[in-house]
Design a protein around this ligand. Structure first.
Ligand SMILES: NC(=O)c1ccc[n+]([C@@H]2O[C@H](COP(=O)([O-])OP(=O)(O)OC[C@H]3O[C@@H](n4cnc5c(N)ncnc54)[C@H](OP(=O)(O)O)[C@@H]3O)[C@@H](O)[C@H]2O)c1
Length: 277
């Protein structure tokens, strides 16, 4: 089944990003290339990868194998802490371009802030230079907390996207409030909660029955209705189709709130003070 590509949303620096994309962790290069080819057939135009996933080559191969034009797809990738400097980011960009087989990157992202190293601001400075030169279309950070973003603001830096772990059990209110105040787009990783636990929650199962949709579709609609960009990972054609086929119904405001009320706090999410690369 070929679906209409997801609607896009404008990022602060002007790029347009699809509201649903394909997450590629933890697939290897061969699995990623196959998934990207199928996803493009289905209607996906946004692909999320990272240096750390070891599958940027697979994303590039899938795009080329599909025959789609470079300008038709939005490529998101991320780099590790050894590149957290102005010159380092340029090197990370060149490395990712070589692995992806592209000459520009739509969204390049600081994967983790690594507060102990404390040079994530230089990384964002490096990204801003690449943006000014037209080599990337948007500046990304990931797993940043309010204090990390505040430091960027204090230094006159701005970003387009913060990619964070976010689902109805982890609604991340404090960081989303900062995003809202500064026009930063929220990109949700593990948007459907990774394992099946969230998808089996009675509230979600009931809504799935009500709308004739699957639990994953209910959760993904919840993300996009609130303006988040979601990047569910899926390997089968069935899951890929399901996750994109969410733009023909809407949860009510009460139902959006019902899912927000499932929040269990932030104690079991990965913390950038103790995790990152
Ligand atoms: N920035 C970061 O630090 C960070 C960290 C982690 C992840 N990410 C990104 O976020 C992406 C998504 O996160 P995630 O993979 O952790 O979690 P997720 O997307 O919430 O969940 C993926 C799991 O859900 C299954 N699934 C997908 N669609 C489904 C459907 N319609 N029905 C039932 N099951 C379905 C997948 O199975 P199948 O594969 O069998 O379809 C897979 O096991 C990653 O791939 C990666 O790109 C970023």
């Amino acid at each position: 089944m070929a679906l209409r590509p997801a609607p896009t949303v404008r990022l602060p620096h002007g790029a347009f990003i699809p509201r649903i994309g394909l997450g590629t962790w933890p697939m290897d290069n061969a699995q990623t290339a196959d998934a990207v080819v199928t996803a493009i057939e289905v209607g996906y135009r946004l692909f999320d990868t990272a240096q750390n996933y070891g599958n940027e080559e697979g994303v590039g191969e899938g795009i080329r194998r599909s025959g789609i034009g470079r300008a038709e797809v939005f490529v998101s990738t991320k780099f590790n802490k050894e590149f957290h400097s102005v010159n380092g980011v340029r090197q990370a960009f060149e490395n990712s371009c070589a692995r992806l087989g592209v000459d520009y990157i739509d969204l390049l992202t600081v994967h983790w802030p690594i507060p102990d190293q404390n040079t994530y601001d230089d990384a964002v400075r490096g990204l801003t230079q690449l943006l000014d030169e037209g080599l990337i279309k948007a500046v990304g950070v990931s797993n940043f907390k309010p204090s990390h973003l505040q430091r960027l603001f204090d230094e006159g830096l701005t970003v387009d996207v913060n990619q964070i772990q976010l689902d109805p059990r982890h609604t991340r209110d404090a960081i989303r409030e900062v995003h809202g105040e500064h026009g930063i787009r929220t990109m949700s990783w593990s948007p459907i909660g990774r394992d099946s636990g969230l998808r089996e929650e009675p509230v979600i199962v009931e809504l799935a029955t009500k709308y004739g949709k699957t639990p994953s579709q209910i959760i993904l609609s919840w993300h996009v209705q609130q303006g988040f960009i979601a990047i569910p990972k899926a390997s089968s054609r069935l899951h890929l189709e399901e996750n994109l086929d969410i733009f023909d119904f809407e949860l009510s405001e009460d139902e959006v709130q019902q899912l927000l009320a499932m929040d269990t706090g932030e104690t079991d999410i990965l913390q950038p003070e103790t995790f990152g690369h």
